[in-house]
Design a protein around this ligand. Structure first.
Ligand code: APR
Length: 241
């Protein structure tokens, strides 16, 4: 009998893109050390000073454009290319998973390379090489804003993320401080018999019970861990009948 291929679900945060040159948020030199969340990442900030919010996200977009996927993004995409069942749920707004070749990527907090209408979240537009300027409007005439989820806003992709985690055989959490809800609660959706592993270089990071810690950077830890799981037979592609 052919065994079903195990489903690897990966929850990523800013740390997986750190070695690609994209700043994390809560490090001593992270984004939130230089910017106040309430000035740039809330609906109130947008209402008060949209031009400043656009400038903040222009800088994020330029950082993403200059970045390249690293060994962690590539290891996950490589697994998928070789037929393993891999779903990625990312809190990141960058497109490095996609540029590495991953095809099943759910962005919980939106995508910096997309603009969206400020009145209708379903009206979304790829930005390509452009940024968003004041006066750029959607098809219904309202100002475009970055397609990112701000503090205080709903997370429309969360129910779908819960469904994905509930079907996982293995959950790999990479490079997230697990402090922002509801993303941090996704671990609770994992089936009781599934294993959860966290790759993060911060050995002080407080992690939920039942999660095994691998203290390493994403670029070292993720490729090593997926190799180990394949060696141990925990990740495999079913043989053709
Ligand atoms: N490899 C792996 N992990 C790393 C690396 C690295 N090279 N460098 C740093 N880290 C880890 C840090 O130890 C930390 O645990 O990445 C984590 C980054 O945490 P945060 O800065 O809090 O980022 P994240 O958890 O993604 O933030 C969640 O908060 O501000 C919001 O919307 C924003 O999506 C973001 C959310």
């Amino acid at each position: 009998m052919t065994r079903k291929s195990p489903h690897l679900v990966v929850l990523t945060g800013a740390g997986i893109s750190a070695e690609s040159g994209i700043q994390t948020f809560r490090a001593h030199d992270g984004l939130w050390a230089d910017h106040r969340i309430e000035d740039v990442a809330t609906p109130e900030a947008w209402a008060r000073d949209p031009a400043m919010v656009l400038r903040f996200y222009d800088a994020r977009r330029e950082q993403v454009r200059a970045a390249r996927p690293n060994a962690a993004h590539r290891a996950l995409a490589g697994l998928e290319a070789r037929g393993f069942e891999v779903s990625i749920i990312t809190q990141n707004i960058d497109d490095l998973h996609e540029r590495a070749g991953s095809r099943h990527v759910l962005h919980l907090h939106g995508e910096i390379m997309m603009a969206r209408s400020s009145v209708n979240p379903r009206m979304r537009y790829p930005l390509g090489r452009d940024n968003i300027a004041m006066g750029d409007v959607c098809d219904q005439g309202s100002q475009l804003r970055p397609d990112v989820v701000w503090f205080g806003e709903a997370v429309p992709a969360y129910p779908q993320a819960c469904e994905i985690v509930a079907e996982a055989d293995l959950l790999l959490v990479v490079g997230t401080s697990l402090v922002v809800m509801p993303a941090a609660a996704l671990v609770d959706e994992l089936p009781l018999d599934a294993e959860c592993m966290l790759v993060d270089p911060d050995e002080q990071l407080s992690i939920p019970p039942g999660v095994t810690r691998w203290v390493a950077s994403a670029g070292e830890g993720v490729p090593a861990l997926v190799r180990q799981w394949q060696r141990e037979g925990r990740l495999f592609v079913p043989a053709m009948p």
